[in-house]
Design a protein around this ligand. Structure first.
Ligand SMILES: [Ca+2]
Length: 476
């Protein structure tokens, strides 16, 4: 009898050591998780990243005192697929969610040389989300802000969130000022669950207030907060006092020159500052991981006739697979890591799910991403710099035609799908971070090797591909 008892005891001790969980059993408070996602914030938008207009003291401070990933990527150059990658840990190609939800649900257009790939507009029920994984571990799960992962029956509430404030089908509300309603593309849009909003109230401020309330009310139960600001995505709709201030500071030489956009970046920074301040004042910072990312690169198109953003020295912007489209800011605050540090190993938003679960001591499946915990604690990270990152955007957008890409080491291959066949571009990001010198013709063997790896990965993931439009070709 004693032998059996000792055997069971040994097994249970072994399980605690192997899984590292539950943290409570070791007398340590379980870790809370705050994930803050900005919308369309570019990799060169913060003052600390060289903006000559934007004011971002809180995010700059976060970058300076926390851990910054300096080669961070969104899994996609547009909103929905990146958000799906965060929730599932899977590559958008595997999910077959490669374009934003409203566009996917309308179906591909057939008036261009290529018919874009079919894409899912709703995050399937079968996916076990980051929220479900935390909920199953006893966490409170809060979604606040932009969701953009499908129609009403696919809202956060059915994907593991106890609470959803402000998350709906659309990528953006008509205005960021209360009551947040209006007509867009012949349909009425609104932001749900923001009762009692006063006229003039600004959406990002309200979302911050709601997020703080939820964290406060969580008491001693661990929580996962998914705080997704709707800004600085268009509409360009900043606080008038901020807009006026920035407008007065723009000179002819400025790289950043949209005062409305600058105002929205400042409001985003205000929100992050309030969250960090509350965590510190409440003492919750001692057992809360905070991670800040953007869902894609900066938008370089126009709004009301004015260029919105400029990601220079990175090439292009949102919607493209050039660095301007997929490079993002990424900062973390992790209890137990006091020292500020910069990590230049390339990381991607599919890493977020395994990383946060691993840090919380929970099971952390690695689908298309990897836990970054070993990197954070300076332990051996098997994937290292040699890990290949796969991107798949088989769609059109201003500045791009259907394309996939592979980053491996310092090299990046872009593979465009055209009626004439595949067209390649190859860049050495170390020598040429602006992707201005296409090496594809000179390095045929490398192109062949990388293209083969890229296509093997895409086929293995079951990706949908674009196809030649026979009607369009016959017209030419
Ligand atoms: Ca976005």
């Amino acid at each position: 009898m004693m032998k059996i008892y000792l055997f069971l005891l040994a097994i249970s001790i072994w399980r605690v050591f192997v899984s590292g969980y539950p943290a409570q059993a070791q007398g340590v408070s379980p870790l809370n998780v705050v994930l803050i996602v900005a919308d369309d914030l570019g990799a060169r938008d913060l003052k600390t990243h060289g903006s000559d207009l934007h004011e971002t003291p809180n995010l700059d401070g976060f970058a300076a005192t926390g851990i910054e990933f300096t080669s961070a990527y969104s899994a996609s150059p547009v909103c929905t697929p990146t958000r799906a990658s965060i929730m599932t840990g899977k590559n958008p190609a595997r999910l077959r969610m490669t374009i934003w939800s409203e566009n996917a649900l309308r179906g591909p257009r057939n008036d261009r040389p290529m018919i874009p790939a079919d894409s899912e507009g709703n995050l399937p029920f079968e996916e076990i989300t980051l929220a479900e994984r935390f909920k199953n571990a006893g966490y409170h799960t809060f979604h606040v802000g932009k969701w953009h992962l499908g129609e009403a029956r696919f809202f956060p509430e059915v994907h593991g969130f106890d609470v959803n404030i402000g998350g709906h089908h659309w990528g953006a509300p008509p205005t960021f000022f209360a009551p947040y309603e209006g007509e867009v593309y012949n349909e009425m849009r609104y932001v749900p669950d923001l009762h009692g909003s006063k006229e003039g109230e600004y959406l990002p401020d309200r979302l911050t207030t709601e997020a703080i309330k939820l964290m406060k009310n969580a008491g001693d139960t661990p929580f996962f907060l998914n705080l997704c600001y709707y800004i600085p995505h268009v509409p360009i709709d900043g606080k008038p006092e901020y807009v006026e201030d920035f407008a007065s500071r723009i000179g002819p030489g400025n790289r950043h020159r949209n005062p409305g956009y600058a105002a929205m970046v400042k409001s985003l920074d205000d929100g992050v500052g309030r969250i960090l301040e509350w965590l510190e004042q409440s003492g919750k910072d001692k057992n809360t991981v905070v991670i800040f990312v953007s869902d894609n690169g900066g938008y370089t198109g126009k709004w009301d006739g004015e260029t919105v953003n400029n990601n220079a020295p990175l090439r292009a912007g949102k919607g493209t697979l050039y660095e301007g489209g997929v490079r993002i800011p990424w900062f973390m605050q992790v209890p137990g890591i006091k020292k500020a540090s910069k990590v230049d190993v390339p990381v991607t938003t599919t890493d977020i799910l395994p990383t946060l679960l691993d840090l919380a001591g929970l099971d952390h499946p690695e689908f298309d991403g990897a836990s970054l915990k070993p990197l954070l604690f300076k332990k051996n990270f098997n994937h290292g710099n040699s890990r290949s990152l796969v991107f798949h955007y088989p769609h059109y957008y201003s500045g791009t035609t259907p394309v996939s890409a592979l980053r491996k080491g310092d090299l990046k291959l872009l593979q465009y799908y055209t009626p004439e066949g595949l067209r390649f571009e190859l860049y050495d990001l170390l020598e040429d971070p602006s992707e201005s010198n296409n090496l594809a013709e000179d390095r045929e063997a490398t192109v062949k090797e990388m293209s083969s790896e890229l296509n093997t990965s895409l086929w293995e993931m079951g990706a949908n591909f674009p196809r030649i439009n026979p009607d369009n070709v016959s017209k030419n």
